[in-house]
Design a protein around this ligand. Structure first.
Ligand SMILES: *[C@@H]1O[C@H](CO)[C@@H](O)[C@H](O)[C@H]1NC(C)=O
Ligand SMILES: *[C@@H]1O[C@H](CO)[C@@H](O)[C@H](O)[C@H]1NC(C)=O
Ligand SMILES: *[C@@H]1O[C@H](CO)[C@@H](O)[C@H](O)[C@H]1NC(C)=O
Ligand SMILES: *[C@@H]1O[C@H](CO)[C@@H](O)[C@H](O)[C@H]1NC(C)=O
Length: 290
């Protein structure tokens, strides 16, 4: 968001809250998981969802499963079908990490979202008021036994995120187990479908450089690079959209389409996705709408 965007956003938020009637004393709109539990109407009953996920975890012999709130392109803004943290926990905030074990379910998120989480999660979930990976690994080391395996979906972890977990878990003899089939997707029976293809070309009148020029520039950088890479892989959605002057509508309020690009000195591979993870790459020409 630009600075102007933030100022406008802040003005809207402050304006909205100052015009609201102050809430009654107490916090009756947040859940209360005491002996006589109270759940606000906004809380989601996750009992059956958690049971299904745990049933999927059991044959894999994992002691915990990590569910980050991102998609397979590590997007910050995601489509509903990628909102796995929201589906499993009820919490719809844009940042948070869920961990599910055979008998516990926890959500780590930052202070922007604590009240929201208390209104959306039921008492199956524990809120941890700390968004750090260190906080998550400390909890795992305390609650998961030595030698145990912790499952994760490799499409939802950057290499840096993996390293941040592993640098603390590995010395403590807890192993991260890569599970390419996402376990939430497996049990999410009414998961929203992929949107229909929405890809379109930017009009020539607003394009500063053609995709051929941009590809040429990147190939020059490949040739000049001392590491002599054979290819460049683009996985972030804005990268492919920018490079080919294309836009789409796969994610609400974001002009992108699901895709990966593999660029070599003489080939362009597109994995352009009406798909969950990988499909057969389509020929590049099919990406160029008339
Ligand atoms: C939760 O409910 C219990 C029992 O009804 C009450 O004593 C306690 O104050 C409540 N907690 C909050 C934070 O409202
Ligand atoms: C949540 O759903 C389960 C399974 O349908 C049900 O047994 C339980 O009573 C529900 N919990 C609440 C708090 O409504
Ligand atoms: C399951 O995991 C435990 C560690 O949590 C390990 O001791 C055991 O050998 C594993 N069993 C199988 C069948 O892999
Ligand atoms: C991890 O396992 C190794 C080999 O079994 C052992 O020597 C080491 O002390 C363990 N590390 C911790 C932190 O328990």
């Amino acid at each position: 968001m630009t600075v102007t965007g933030w100022v406008l956003f802040a003005a809207l938020v402050l304006g909205a809250s100052s015009s609201q009637v102050p809430r009654a004393a107490g916090s009756e709109r947040e859940r209360n998981c005491s002996t006589t539990p109270y759940l606000p109407p906004t809380a989601v009953n996750t009992t059956l969802r958690l049971r299904a996920l745990r049933n999927a975890m059991a044959p894999l012999n994992i002691s915990a499963y990590i569910i980050p709130a991102t998609d397979a392109h590590l997007s910050e803004y995601i489509a509903e079908r990628d909102a796995r943290t929201a589906w499993i926990s009820g919490f719809t905030g844009s940042a948070g990490t869920a961990v599910v074990t055979p008998n516990q379910a926890l959500l780590w998120t930052d202070s922007r979202y604590w009240i929201q989480a208390e209104r959306q999660m039921d008492c199956n979930w524990e809120l941890v008021k700390d968004p750090s990976i260190r906080g998550i690994t400390d909890w795992l080391i305390t609650h998961i036994s030595e030698g145990a395996e912790i499952g994760f979906d490799p499409f939802l972890f950057s290499i840096e995120t993996f390293k941040a977990y592993n640098v603390r878990l590995a010395p403590a003899n807890r192993t991260l187990k890569s599970l390419p089939d996402n376990l939430v997707d497996k049990v999410w029976t009414d998961r929203p479908p992929l949107p229909p293809d929405s890809i379109f070309k930017l009009p020539d009148s607003i394009i500063e450089r053609s995709w051929q020029m941009k590809v040429g520039d990147i190939r020059q950088q490949i040739r000049d690079n001392p590491y002599k890479p054979t290819a460049v892989l683009l996985s972030a959605l804005d990268e492919t959209a920018w490079l080919f002057n294309l836009r789409g509508n796969d994610i609400p309020y974001n002009p992108f389409f699901y895709s990966y690009t593999l660029l070599t000195l003489d080939e362009i591979w597109q994995v352009y996705c009406s798909f969950v993870h990988f499909v057969v790459p389509k020929p590049f020409e099919s990406l160029q709408p008339p």
